[in-house]
Design a protein around this ligand. Structure first.
Ligand code: PMT
Length: 402
């Protein structure tokens, strides 16, 4: 595949496999990509910047500023420039820093500033690669949406034999090509994602709500955005950082506000994903002053909230796709399928409160995806970013999409 016009940041860290980054650079440049290399200080012990700058035809950066000219290397600009950031080889040290937000060199600062997808090709000795701390860090990076290019097996520099060799440059190129060939499938599409809980006021200081963190919705919004979609997020009150993601953001509190914001957008959307945990009921009246605790008991009158997905489902056009969620505690499959019919969903994603690590708050989820037209797809317990990718894959199989 031709990578012409693609901008790739290549991070090189301290590992004997650093020599392979020269081959990788050559392959990427030959395929037409613009390659900007950033080396960690310890990478300089393994391969010279001259080799890499000659192959990439660009200066190689390793420090925040050039000692001779005093010029500052802007890691934010580098991070924003790239379409893809590859770290190859990725040492255990750098993996640990990235997983924990540590930032003591240009490479780690650029990683924290980058908005593009990130691929990492770890390289280390086999016991290091299997160490629980490295495994945990890699899982953490996966949960951030980074793609880990698993180390390959073979003879290692230590003389031991096993898994730990950096993936061969040709195989990395294959992943890069696959990434770019499918990367903008949702380009030109507008996607609405509702996420988080709603809060239904009782009085000026109290509300009824639920445990939704918004993480599932954020993963879906990011997945669509990374595939080129214009993403509109109607969000209940959440503490996850949504502002820096570049979505069109509509913060709301109550179900009614979520309904109003979503209905304004609905007609313009190609795809709507309803991940929000909308409160089904709200207090019939909101006390103007803080409710006093003078009585031993307190009864609340609740009224049914608008069902956003149901209402918008009534106006769904033939070329629109609606994806719903079902959070169930019993009769899970039957309830999920009934919701798909009632709310006019093309897909419904069932998650259960009974599964360990699934549903509210977790970084992981375990789902069954029911489609109006295709077979049921079941996931393992996976990072929400991986669940989001599965959902996008199912969207692409829908007749409306095909
Ligand atoms: O936010 P996290 O902590 O990551 O947790 C994710 C999640 C558990 C909230 C998410 O995966 C999920 O299951 N969201 C839907 C929760 C829910 O309210 O399910 P439900 O079965 O009550 O609703 C069915 C569907 O109708 C949902 O798509 C919901 O958004 C929508 N709905 C429900 C009620 C209502 N008044 N309006 C709606 O639009």
């Amino acid at each position: 595949m031709n990578l012409k016009g693609k901008r790739i940041l290549l991070g090189v860290t301290g590992s004997i496999a650093a020599y392979k980054s020269a081959f990788l650079t050559r392959l990427l440049v030959k395929s037409g990509a613009e390659v900007q290399i950033i080396m960690s200080a310890s990478a300089l012990d393994f391969i010279t910047p001259l080799t890499l700058s000659t192959l990439s035809k660009r200066p190689v950066y390793s420090e925040f500023s050039d000692k001779k000219t005093g010029e500052w290397t802007n890691h934010v600009e580098l991070g924003l420039w790239a379409d893809l950031f590859i770290i190859a080889p990725a040492s255990a040290n750098t993996i640990g820093k990235f997983a924990n937000g540590l930032c003591d060199n240009l490479l780690s600062a650029t990683y924290l500033s980058a908005r593009c997808p990130v691929m990492m090709a770890p390289a280390m000795d086999l016991d290091m690669y299997q160490h629980p701390s490295v495994r945990t860090n890699l899982e953490k990076l996966t949960s951030f949406g980074n793609l880990i290019l698993d180390a390959e097996s073979g003879e290692l520099a230590s003389g031991l034999s096993g898994q730990g060799r950096m993936m061969e440059p040709e195989h990395i190129l294959h992943h890069v090509e696959r990434f770019f060939s499918t990367s903008k499938e949702f380009s030109g599409k507008k996607v609405l994602v509702t996420l988080g809980p709603t809060q239904e006021a009782l009085d000026p200081v109290r509300f009824i709500s639920n445990h939704s963190s918004g993480k599932m919705g954020l993963a879906i919004a990011k997945a669509f955005q990374s595939k080129g979609a214009e993403v509109h997020v109607v969000s209940g009150p959440v503490s996850i950082p949504l502002e820096k993601e570049g979505f069109h953001l509509y913060p709301i509190r109550s179900a009614q506000e979520m309904y109003e914001a979503s209905s304004k957008l609905h007609a313009l959307m190609d795809i709507c994903v309803f991940t929000a945990a909308v409160a089904d009921y709200a207090p019939a009246t909101v006390a103007p002053e803080k409710i006093k605790k003078s009585d031993p008991t307190l009864s609340l009158d609740l009224v049914k909230n608008v069902d956003i997905a149901f209402e918008l489902g009534k106006n769904k056009k033939p070329n629109q796709i609606h994806v719903g969620f079902a959070l169930e505690t019993e009769n899970e499959e039957a309830n999920a399928k009934a919701k798909m019919q009632k709310k006019n969903f093309d897909l419904v994603v069932l998650n259960s409160t009974k599964e360990e690590g699934a549903g509210f708050q977790h970084d992981t989820n375990k789902v069954k995806i029911f489609s109006k037209t295709g077979p049921v797809v079941q996931s393992e317990l996976l990072p929400k970013s991986a669940i989001a990718k599965m959902i996008l894959n199912e969207v692409k199989k829908l007749p409306v999409w095909v």
